[in-house]
Design a binder for this molecule. Structure first.
Ligand SMILES: [Zn+2]
Ligand SMILES: [Zn+2]
Ligand SMILES: [Zn+2]
Ligand SMILES: [Zn+2]
Ligand SMILES: [Zn+2]
Length: 400
């Protein structure tokens, strides 16, 4: 209770309540689901996954853990959000990660974890470069602040449901394509960025340097210019990438059946106006990424019902997610106002550099309802709580 007393002396309790509510809201937004169950025992699922790089560094084995385990077992580790993949079993508590699963075996919260014996991982799990925190053809970590749109391949036969930049789908190197709004409609296409540089600060530097731009900060953080030759996001639901297209001849049949938009993947493609390297292949020889419209499942299902014996019919039978509902397994929403998610949120926020208030909140949450009751009259009148009143309150709590 010492931390709490410290905090109380830092601020009035009314401020504290407000801070607490803000933190609680933030925790809820980060983690809307109840993390009470690990999905390990359910087996392979389409689910949200998190690759633990800390555990990878310790065990030398790629891994991914479920939502609950990302919060309760690996909150202080270096996690990469993988979003969803199909047919994956949680690796927490197996030989692939370091340490027991505290969700499945809560007893290890109170015992020496050196003594636990790990579970056997699901041998049907697959691991791509995503599990090392890298994505796309460019093999880069995802940076939501500077990256252009990334789109996940829905088939995944060749790419393991990888995510791709629009530029990389077309064959450009992402950093060589300038999609910043210029205000005068002239693209500075050959104005290449250094790979890995933060796009935003880079743009700021250039703006100052060249003193020719009228771009405001608002515009910088706004949308990028559309990529010429790339279908706009509203026109399609999902994609099948050029690698999967190349691997499965049936995808070509889907393409013509559904009259899909497509873009060719031309490696080392250059922007128009740049010096074009001699193409070894003719246009039409390149493999393509195809774009599936929102009604693609209905159409494939109808085809499947009418033509089950065709090559495509058999292909669809093998990959039923192409024409059937393919729900993502998600834990129950956490509706409970005073639930553990709040405390776990505190834990999660603590793994980020946290201030003392956040730490104190964990203790605070245990006596939250009593304290709220105690504070209500003060909050209503705006009166500041004195130290003596607070001391009296905690003395009573200890007694009760
Ligand atoms: Zn798990
Ligand atoms: Zn871990
Ligand atoms: Zn776990
Ligand atoms: Zn890329
Ligand atoms: Zn693919």
């Amino acid at each position: 209770m010492r931390t709490l007393a410290m905090i109380i002396s830092m601020a009035t309790l009314i401020d504290y309540i407000e801070a607490q509510q803000a933190l609680e809201k933030e925790a809820k937004e980060l983690m809307p689901y109840d993390p009470k169950e690990c999905t390990f025992s359910i087996g392979p699922l389409r689910q949200d996954l998190y690759a633990c790089l800390s555990c990878y560094r310790k065990t030398g084995q790629l891994n991914s853990v479920c939502y609950a385990c990302s919060i309760k077992c690996h909150a202080s580790h270096d996690l990469v959000e993988l979003f969803t993949k199909r047919n994956r079993t949680c690796d927490c508590g197996t030989t692939r990660v370091d340490g027991p699963c505290f969700v499945r075996y809560p007893k290890w919260n109170n015992l020496d974890v050196k003594d636990y014996s790990p579970d056997i991982p699901d041998s049907s799990n697959k691991y791509s470069h995503n599990f090392e925190g890298r994505f796309c053809e460019c093999d880069m970590p995802y940076n939501p602040l500077s990256d252009s749109n990334m789109i996940q391949c829905t088939l995944g036969v060749a790419c393991d449901e990888d995510w791709y930049h629009e530029e990389c789908i077309m064959g450009y190197t992402p950093t060589t394509v300038d999609r910043r709004p210029t205000g005068n409609g002239v693209d500075k296409l050959n104005d290449l960025d250094e790979p890995g540089m933060d796009a935003e600060s880079d743009l700021r530097n250039k703006t100052v340097e060249k003193n020719e731009s009228t771009i405001s900060d608002d515009e910088i953080s706004g949308n990028l210019l559309p990529l010429e030759g790339f279908p706009s996001l509203e026109t399609f639901e999902t994609i099948i990438c050029w690698k999967c297209y190349n691997k499965c001849p049936e995808v070509k049949v889907i393409e013509s059946l559904l009259e899909c938009d497509f873009v060719e993947h031309i490696p080392n493609r250059q922007m128009q106006g740049s010096e074009e390297p001699l193409r070894k292949k003719l246009k039409g020889d390149y493999t393509k990424t195809i774009f599936l419209k929102s009604n693609y499942k209905e159409k494939l299902k109808a085809y499947m019902n009418d033509n089950p014996e065709t090559k495509l019919g058999k292909f669809l039978m093998k990959y039923p997610f192409l024409y059937e509902e393919d729900p993502v397994y998600r834990p129950e929403l956490d509706e409970d106002d005073t639930s553990s998610v709040f405390e776990l949120g505190v834990q999660k926020l603590n793994s980020v550099p946290a201030d003392q208030a956040a730490k104190g909140l964990a203790a605070y949450s245990q006596i939250k309802s009593k304290l709220t009751e105690f504070l209500k009259p003060f909050a209503e009148t705006g009166k500041i709580v004195t130290e003596d009143e607070v001391k009296a309150f905690f003395t009573n709590i200890k007694k009760s």
